[in-house]
Ligand binder design. Structure first.
Ligand SMILES: [Zn+2]
Length: 125
């Protein structure tokens, strides 16, 4: 279930990416560096919208760590990893103490306070 949603989001991210001839990807644009053909970020960070998403990743994890993380993953998994890293970075910026754990706690509280909603969602699957 989560994998399907992640795959769709990754496909959307990949579709939104793609750099024009000579224009740097969003990550390289943000880092103000030359984008090379083998740039690990280029397929996932478009020149137009990728810079803003990459800014959150760079602030929380650092560009070097993100680059290393993606480089160590199979190419087929990188799109999904970019989606989750972006989600985690944005959550951490919103809530520096709990990050995405705040959202997990909120969902847990919903399950505890409204168990019938869980039954409804199980029936929908
Ligand atoms: Zn690049």
């Amino acid at each position: 279930m989560a994998g399907t949603a992640g795959t769709a989001a990754a496909a959307a991210a990949a579709a939104a990416a793609g750099t024009g001839a000579g224009s740097p990807c969003g990550a390289c644009k943000f880092l103000r560096r030359r984008c090379v053909p083998e740039c690990v970020f280029a397929p996932y960070f478009s020149s137009e919208q990728g810079a803003a998403r990459f800014a959150a990743i760079h602030k929380v994890f650092g560009a070097s760590n993100a680059s290393k993380l993606l480089s160590h993953l199979p190419v087929a998994d990188r799109g999904e990893a970019v989606v989750t890293i972006t989600f985690e970075a944005q959550a951490r910026l919103r809530d520096p103490v709990y990050g995405c754990v705040a959202q997990i706690f909120a969902l847990q509280q919903q399950v505890i306070s409204s168990p019938h909603l869980l039954v409804v969602s199980i029936n929908l699957v």
